[in-house]
Write a protein that binds this ligand. Structure first.
Ligand code: CMP
Length: 172
């Protein structure tokens, strides 16, 4: 899988534009004591936690969230899995957060994911794959609205901003 992008060093770095993405830390991660490990990976990357809470998922929310899978043979078992214990939901923000998080998470099937990614390190399953991450900025916007009320999202300055981003990226 070719992922490396060739960077044109003559171009300036992209300006910092805050983008948000949604993560669901799934029941398998909670049961396997991986919550801290997973949150830590996102924190260490430099992503800012804009929202974080535990919830018990139910049919109404899952039917909406996984509507594109509703005709798949695994839909019922996916919902049963997602309801099997509480989950943690997170809204993360940062530069190109949606794609940066998808790289950290790895592809859907744990057995196909590279070592070093969350799924590559902790999952060998197509379903029990530790986390869900939004797949586009448009999906992220809808998913954050689905799981968080406005007052549950926090906009604050992080003291490490100056060191997480370069000068040009910060001038926005
Ligand atoms: P997620 O990124 O949350 O998006 C849909 C989820 O469906 C996926 O992660 C898996 O948990 C699950 N899933 C995808 N493909 C299959 C499959 N073939 N069988 C069972 N579950 C699946």
């Amino acid at each position: 899988m070719q992922r490396t992008k060739i960077v044109d060093i003559n171009k300036t770095m992209p300006k910092f534009q805050e983008e948000k993405t949604l993560i669901i830390i799934k029941p398998d991660a909670l049961q396997r004591n991986l919550l801290g490990e997973i949150i830590g990976r996102f924190e260490k990357k430099g992503l800012k936690i804009a929202g974080l809470k535990m919830i018990q998922l139910e049919d109404i929310l899952l039917d909406e969230h996984y509507v594109h899978h509703k005709d798949k043979p695994f839909f019922k078992s996916l919902k049963n899995f997602m309801k099997s214990s509480p989950v943690a939901v997170m809204a993360l923000s940062g530069l190109n957060a949606v794609s940066a998080v998808r790289i950290i998470v790895g592809p859907t099937k744990g057995y196909e994911a590279d070592a070093g990614s969350i799924r590559g390190d902790f999952s060998i399953s197509g379903q029990a794959n530790i986390v869900h991450a939004s797949d586009s900025p448009k999906a992220a916007e809808a998913e954050i609205k689905r799981f968080f009320k406005t007052e549950e999202l926090f906009d604050y300055k992080k003291v490490d901003f100056e060191f997480v981003y370069g000068e040009e990226e910060r001038e926005n």
